[in-house]
Design a protein around this ligand. Structure first.
Ligand SMILES: [Zn+2]
Length: 332
């Protein structure tokens, strides 16, 4: 995994439960793997190791986790899909609350940790929870005055088309698969200049627009777009109203990539691609001001920051700090 241990806060939690003797369990949640060696063992039972999380604890982040096979996981009370090897993943949106509850429950065999306990006590031994605290991010807000109204709202005639596009995109992102490609490192899917970042938002004539959720890479039309990680193509569309030439790729367990404004699509729905395979070309299709790739990452409908998945990408250095008010004339 790429989001290194450096970014994972080293914070351990020791729980003590007093059921038929004191059972001390050090939960390795948010601790580096090296800390696992320090987990104390129970007197007469297996070692219980809490889930290990990998990813930056901040808004817009994808968090990958590893636990024992058979452990069940809930985030804020909602069950999270766990692979047969104990891999799982979840993500936090742009404006996600800063506090979340991760709960996990050991499989039946682990409940034997204390054979003297009653069935009810076993249940309480086997279920744990932990608060996850996210850092708050600052996003670039760009205020632009004097924009003609026809550019602020789409014309009536295209609303049906926009709704149809949105339905297809939402369906592709709901796709549930057991692919494990979300566990691999991700690479930037095109060469070029970073021209837009996640979370930024324009305010036209005082009206806030939808925030920008992608990572924009500007380059000339025809520049190759490659798969940032392996996956299976779940949507191709040559010309959606806003996003133009569009590809969605499934990386498994709800994690998907979306590539928009493409001039050329080289893949078909159902096709398996590996990291680095060419899938299309940069274009200026859809509603754009110039040729660029807009790459997005989702965990189901949750929109995440692709830059947080890149090992060598300095998110803060690429975030613009421009918060002033501009005129439409200077913005063009
Ligand atoms: Zn964009």
């Amino acid at each position: 995994m790429i989001l290194t241990r450096i970014q994972v806060k080293t914070r351990c939690l020791a729980l003590v439960t007093g059921i038929a003797g004191i059972v001390a369990i050090s939960l390795s949640l948010l601790c580096s793997l090296s800390a696992l060696a320090q987990v104390p063992t129970l007197a007469d039972g297996p070692v219980l190791i809490g889930p290990v999380l990998d990813g930056k604890m901040t808004q817009g982040s994808l968090i990958r986790g590893k636990t024992e096979a058979g452990v069940k996981i809930w985030l804020n009370g909602k069950a999270i899909d766990v692979s047969e090897n104990g891999d799982f993943v979840f993500g936090f949106g742009r404006d996600a609350p800063l506090s979340h509850e991760l709960k996990w429950q050991y499989p039946a065999h682990s409940e034997n940790a204390n054979s003297a306990a009653s069935a009810k006590d076993k249940q309480s031994i086997a279920t744990f929870s932990k608060e996850l605290t996210l850092s708050k991010r600052e996003y670039d807000i760009d205020r632009i005055e004097g924009v003609e109204q026809k550019y602020v709202s789409p014309p009536e005639a295209v609303l049906a088309r926009i709704r149809q596009d949105n339905r297809e995109i939402a369906k592709a992102r709901r796709n549930q698969s057991q692919l494990k490609d979300f566990l691999s490192d991700f690479i930037l899917p095109a060469e070029g200049r970073i021209s837009g970042v996640y979370g930024s938002q324009r305010v036209f004539n005082g009206e806030p627009r939808r925030p920008h959720f992608g990572l924009d890479v500007a380059n000339k039309v025809g520049t190759p777009v490659i798969a940032p990680a392996g996956g299976i193509i779940t949507l191709t569309h040559p010309d959606m109203y806003y996003s133009g030439g569009t590809i969605i790729m499934d990386h498994g367990f709800g994690v998907s990539s979306t590539f928009i404004h493409l001039s050329k699509l080289d893949v078909e729905v159902g096709q398996r691609v590996e990291q680095g395979d060419k899938i299309g070309e940069i274009g200026a299709t859809g509603r754009v001001t110039g040729p660029h790739l807009d790459w997005r990452i989702n965990w189901y409908s949750e929109r995440l920051d692709p830059a947080l998945l890149l090992a060598d990408f300095d998110v803060d250095a690429n975030a613009k700090t421009n918060t002033g008010t501009k005129s439409a004339a200077s913005k063009k």
